[in-house]
Ligand binder design. Structure first.
Ligand code: ATR
Length: 288
């Protein structure tokens, strides 16, 4: 990589941010396409967020990814946001257009592309979504516009019910929300064509945990797990053993990163290069 007087800067802000995969992903993509861009991670404490956003304007930083704990707090410093951000109250990507800061959330589109690019079109399908946290909300917002039926189950049932109500009001679809009990998961899996785990269950170090008993899984099901550490979760292993199609958390991570990349550069993201970079990086950090 050659850094010149014209090199454009992108980055990620968060706290902590040292283990972010974004620098590896985006620098590999910039370098592959020979784009004069560089990507850095910035640890920004909550009290410094306003200064960081002024810095983005002042220095002409082209784009930022935003991670915990700034995804909601950053919105007040932006000039405009995409319509889904108003619903989600969460931003993971900022574009600096000549000093005008615009906020995006690419998690939902990342999940949709991860499904489609792996041969599964959710249009007209029945989907069971586990979780109602930030990531689940973004996925639900996007999938609600595609699918025939969406059932959202969450440990705190109220959160799933409120999310389902809000989405029904917005899109006028048949979306239900309820408690994430084993019997509810088992019952809803009988109908579901796609299962998405958008909870943190199965994430390192709790690698032997899954919300789904192996014998509830079937060959005609697609299972997408948003957990990417480990790359193959217990749910993914069980689903594979049952003959189901499995889409790993790395795919959603990749496609949400690809969407950010395209917003900043206007170039189609080189997915294979980014996948290799992500997997190499995960190989280094997975068990730490
Ligand atoms: P993220 O932004 O990654 O989605 P989050 O907003 O904290 O993170 O959401 C975490 C999700 O995992 C939530 O749906 C959470 O359920 P609650 O809302 O009931 O807390 C879910 N989750 C975490 N640990 C869980 C567990 N042991 N069993 C079931 N759900 C769990």
């Amino acid at each position: 990589m050659t850094i010149s007087g014209k090199t454009q800067l992108c980055g990620v802000i968060g706290d902590p941010v040292a283990h972010s995969l974004s620098p590896a992903l985006h620098n590999a993509a910039f370098s592959h396409l020979k784009l004069d861009f560089v990507f850095l991670a910035f640890r920004v404490k909550a009290v410094e967020l306003q200064n960081a956003m002024q810095g983005m304007r002042g220095l002409g930083i082209r784009g930022l990814n935003v991670t915990m704990p700034h995804k909601t707090a950053v919105i007040r410093y932006l000039d405009d946001v995409e319509s889904n951000v108003k619903f989600l109250a969460s931003v993971n990507t900022i574009l600096n257009e000549d000093g005008r800061l615009v906020g995006f959330s690419t998690d939902g589109i990342g999940a949709l592309h991860a499904l489609r690019e792996n041969g599964v079109n959710p249009a007209g399908k029945k989907v069971l979504l586990l979780g109602a946290g930030g990531a689940a909300k973004a996925i639900a917002y996007t999938l609600a516009q595609e699918v025939e039926a969406l059932c959202i189950l969450n440990r705190v049932a109220e959160k799933a019910a409120v999310l389902a109500d809000n989405l029904n009001r917005l899109f006028g679809k048949k979306i239900v929300g309820g408690a994430l009990s084993p019997s509810a998961v088992q019952k809803n899996l009988q109908e579901a064509e796609i299962l998405v785990n958008a909870t943190s269950v199965g994430m390192h170090p709790n690698v032997n945990q899954s919300l789904v008993a192996p014998d509830w899984l079937k060959p005609d099901l697609t299972v997408m797990d948003i957990v990417y550490n480990p790359v193959e979760t217990k749910l993914a292993k069980d689903a594979k053993a049952a003959g189901a199609r499995v889409i790993s958390g790395v795919e959603m991570l990749l496609y949400q990163g690809a969407a950010s990349f395209e917003i900043w550069t206007g170039h189609v993201a080189p997915i294979e290069v980014m996948r290799t970079a992500a997997l190499n990086q995960l190989g280094k950090v997975e068990t730490k």
